[in-house]
Design a protein. Structure first.
Length: 308
């Protein structure tokens, strides 16, 4: 297998989606499909089961992924180290994050990055959606991992690195707090607190302007911090769409988090000033992606452990 073939195969094995694989690797969807078909002809066996709505590894494909992945990662690490030595990973890499979940994994990636590149410092800074991109534009950050989508002509962005199920934060005394889940239609019943001054296209993605029935959703742009969000929700001034990370990072007796059935997960991805990524950025993004993949692998293995 050629290196590019391995890269396409492993990425599709991770994403299980041809479009996301193509976007992540910067190739066409046809290139991904042709590569997999060529590999399957060469091996004489299907590596993936796919239809118009679903992609899954076959047992042979899963075994090939496990056999190839470790060796490929060792090769890639060797290449990265050689490139770092040639280009000189020095100075500092300044990274912004917009949520506790992202901050946690950035800190873990920063620790690994410092070990690999001791001459390059990593500076980490929190940003908020009410002022999402000013630090990048002012040259105060090199890279930011934040909510997607990003549609700014002077900024570049990459494929999602993390996904987080959406939940509705409500006062614990609210009738919805006793339910197992809610739908977008339920968002029409209360004001929905959203970040002030966040880009309109991002707000439309995080909280739609109307429910499928056509009923409007009252979005109230008042929030400038997560602490303010919790205070206003607890006070009964509205509800808020948040990620499931809030259950772990912002657990409070006066607030209940209820899963939203019919909204996709919130996606977080890398954003940087327009132009090509630096080698330091690429190395850091690779570390974040690898850490997140390892977490997902552990979660899946626990999910399949037999019960006593």
């Amino acid at each position: 297998m050629e290196r590019r073939d391995i890269e396409i195969f492993l990425t599709l094995a991770e994403e299980l989606h041809f479009g996301r694989t193509a976007e992540r690797l910067g190739v066409s969807g046809a290139r991904v499909s042709q590569t997999i078909k060529r590999l399957e002809r060469r091996f004489g066996v299907a590596l993936f089961r796919r239809n118009s709505r679903h992609v899954a590894l076959t047992p042979v494909g899963a075994a090939l992924r496990d056999d190839v992945k470790a060796g490929y990662e060792r090769i890639q690490q060797g290449i990265d180290r050689a490139m770092a030595a040639g280009r000189g990973f020095s100075g500092e890499l300044r990274i912004g994050f917009s949520s506790p979940l992202v901050g946690e994994i950035i800190m873990a990636a920063a620790e690994k990055f410092r070990t690999r590149h001791p001459d390059c410092a990593v500076r980490i800074r929190e940003i908020h959606l009410s002022d999402a991109f000013s630090a990048l534009r002012a040259g105060e950050l090199d890279l930011q991992i934040t909510e997607l989508p990003v549609r700014e002509p002077d900024l570049s962005y990459g494929a999602p690195l993390l996904r987080d199920q959406r939940m509705l934060a409500v006062p614990s005394r609210h009738p919805i707090a006793r339910r197992a889940s809610v739908t977008v239609e339920d968002l029409t019943q209360s004001p929905v607190l959203v970040p002030a001054d966040a880009p309109g296209y991002l707000l439309d993605t995080l909280v739609p302007a109307q429910a499928p029935s056509g009923r409007p959703i009252a979005r109230v742009p008042t929030l400038t911090s997560r602490q303010e969000l919790l205070t206003l929700v607890s006070a009964g001034q509205g509800v808020a769409v948040v990620g499931s990370q809030a259950v772990r990072f912002h657990a409070r007796a006066d607030i209940t988090y209820v899963p939203i059935e019919d909204l996709p997960p919130i996606e977080y991805g890398p954003v940087w000033p327009g132009g090509a990524q630096s080698s330091r950025m690429r190395s850091f993004i690779t570390l974040v992606r690898g850490l997140r993949q390892n977490e997902d692998d552990v979660t899946r293995s626990h999910d399949h452990e037999p019960s006593d």
